[in-house]
Design a protein around this ligand. Structure first.
Ligand SMILES: Cc1ncc(COP(=O)(O)O)c(C=O)c1O
Length: 561
């Protein structure tokens, strides 16, 4: 009898264990279904594959014929490349010389220099088309290199430059004068901070503010606060979204460690909403509204431009609907919704992405332009969420400090920015902003199409991505033709053009003329040669074969130490 009871009990325990593991399995399955199908959606696999990817590079011949182009096309490319090399060596001589000197000891320059184009082409490009990293001046919408060449600036200082460089120069200068008497005293604040917090509360619609030194730190603090208050572990970030370089928000390639408490889910996905509705471990959802321009795709860069598959289109209505649904689910489930506006804040609307999309977040991070030209990170949030200690548990705190937080000079430049934002002159910049930039993009696209050039612009207001409409292995060359035409790009090349809002129609037309001229020169030099066999799929297949061959070959080589 006792034996029967024990057996029965054991069966009971077994059944309960089975049920629990079925539920766990089911939850894991739901998580998998909410991942984006791409590699960027599978961060662990991406890291493993990245670690296994061998280096190899093209020799002189293959460099010009990686797409199987015939000899006469290769000859045109060689001639074009030589012309461009000559032009770079003469026109940018001093800038290149001094940049090379700097790069010997600045590791960041070595990194960005190596990742401007797909790695198979990189060494030859670096040797022949070195990109200067030094500038001596900015003025209006232009920057000037050490050789005195003026470029229209499409790099936008990583998004800091919203109002034009002259504005920030003035903000820093006037701000410095206003806090000069206190100087760089830290710990105590300059009273200007009070006005800044008032203005930030108004803009963000939130109750409290904390100041940090970079966007990355602001995001770290927002996530930490969300975890502290919800007592849950996981953050949800969306596939492809950049939130700075802190480990938990960069679980894939680039971070040597896995991020165990991060879920990377697909954006604009029912399965994601289901996961948010059903899991109990999610503290917060991080949204970078810039992703509206290319949901679920990583921040584009020309070093990944191996074919013409880069695609982008901003659908404001669809993205707004998605954010609203996300808002609803987060409210239902007590999940903290964080808008990371470090990049797009103040670029789309004076009230940032919250105003632009009509959705209120629980915490908002800002950075970049808000510092009036100086380094900054800010978190704004609801009172309860911003609190860093518990009245009933004195040792249960959410710690956050930073030596340079609330630096008087930064507060002063920020104050100049925030005050300027309210002036009719700056408000006027936002009038019909999207219409203006959409019309400019349309105009340029029409010109490119009329010329039969395989290039198309996608834009979210004044943020642009260059897309390519004909399969090609050489789209990354366009950045070098654009520089030759006097257009300054950041190290990600044509992946992101950032216009400041002070571009006039005349400035823009000058950029458009140069853009078309660059694309025509690239077409003339035959880089966009194409035949029916050259599809994006075929290009990827070729690269895959090269990688496999390289792996097999490399195994037989003795290991280098
Ligand atoms: C959306 C977003 N969040 C955070 C960051 C990180 O900011 P910072 O470079 O100031 O650390 C960036 C930087 O580009 C960003 O675009």
């Amino acid at each position: 009898m006792e034996w029967a009871a024990n057996t029965f009990a054991l069966y009971g325990v077994g059944a309960a264990a089975l049920a629990t593991s079925m539920v766990t399995l089911g939850r894991r399955l739901e998580l998998s279904q909410a991942k984006h199908r791409s590699l960027a959606g599978h961060t662990r696999m991406a890291r493993r594959l990245a670690a296994a990817l061998p280096h190899y590079e093209y020799d002189q011949d293959r460099f010009f014929s990686a797409d199987g182009a015939p000899a006469e096309i290769v000859a045109l490319r060689r001639a074009g490349f030589a012309r461009l090399t000559d032009l770079y060596r003469t026109r940018f001589a001093e800038t290149i010389r001094r940049s090379a000197e700097a790069a010997e000891t600045i590791s960041d320059l070595q990194f960005t220099g190596a990742y401007r184009v797909p790695f198979q082409f990189s060494r030859m490009v670096r040797a022949n088309l070195p990109t200067g990293a030094l500038l001596q001046a900015s003025d209006g919408v232009t920057v000037t290199d050490l050789d005195g060449n003026r470029f229209y600036d499409l790099a936008g200082s990583y998004g800091v430059n919203v109002f034009g460089y002259d504005f920030y120069k003035g903000a820093i200068e006037r701000g410095a004068a206003r806090v000069h008497a206190l100087g760089p005293v830290l710990g105590a604040y300059h009273p200007l901070i009070i006005e800044n917090t008032k203005l930030l509360k108004e803009i963000s619609g939130q109750d409290e503010v904390s100041f940090h030194m970079s966007g990355t730190e602001a995001v770290m603090q927002a996530v930490r606060l969300a975890r502290y208050h919800t007592r849950r572990t996981h953050l949800v970030r969306f596939c492809g979204a950049y939130h700075g370089w802190w480990g938990d928000v960069q679980p894939g390639i680039g971070n040597p460690l896995p991020a165990h408490e991060t879920y990377t889910l697909a954006e604009m996905s029912e399965e994601t909403l289901h996961v948010l509705r059903t899991r109990r471990d999610i503290a917060c959802v991080l949204v970078n509204p810039e992703q509206g321009l290319h949901p679920n795709a990583p921040a584009p860069t020309d070093s990944a431009l191996v074919d013409s598959a880069r695609w982008s289109r901003f659908d404001k209505d669809a993205y707004t609907r998605w954010l609203k649904r996300l808002r609803e689910v987060c409210s239902e489930r007590g999940i903290v919704l964080i808008f990371d506006e470090v990049f797009v804040g103040f670029r789309l609307a004076p009230g940032g992405a919250q105003e632009y999309f009509g959705v209120r977040a629980d915490l908002v991070t800002y950075g970049k332009t808000l510092g009036g030209g100086l380094p900054i990170g800010v978190v704004c949030g609801r009172k309860g969420l911003m609190k860093r200690f518990r009245d009933d548990r004195p040792a249960d705190i959410c710690f956050a400090r930073g030596t340079f937080n609330s630096h008087p000079y930064v507060m002063a430049a920020m104050n100049e920015f925030l005050r300027a934002l309210r002036t009719p002159q700056m408000q006027a910049l936002y009038q019909n902003l999207d219409d203006t930039w959409n019309a400019r993009a349309r105009r340029l696209n029409r010109r490119l199409a009329d010329e039969g050039l395989p290039v198309e612009i996608a834009n979210m207001s004044a943020l642009w991505v260059v897309c390519y409409t004909r399969p090609s292995r050489y789209n990354w060359m366009l950045q070098y033709y654009l520089r030759a035409e006097g257009l300054a790009l950041s190290w990600v090349g044509t992946a992101r053009l950032i216009f400041s809002l002070n571009y006039t129609d005349a400035d823009f037309e000058a950029v458009a003329d140069r853009f078309v001229a660059a694309a025509k020169a690239m077409e003339r030099d035959a880089w966009w040669w194409h035949d029916a066999k050259l599809t994006n799929k075929a290009i990827k297949r070729t690269i895959m074969k090269e990688v496999i061959a390289r792996r097999l070959f490399a195994r037989r080589q003795p290991r280098a130490h």
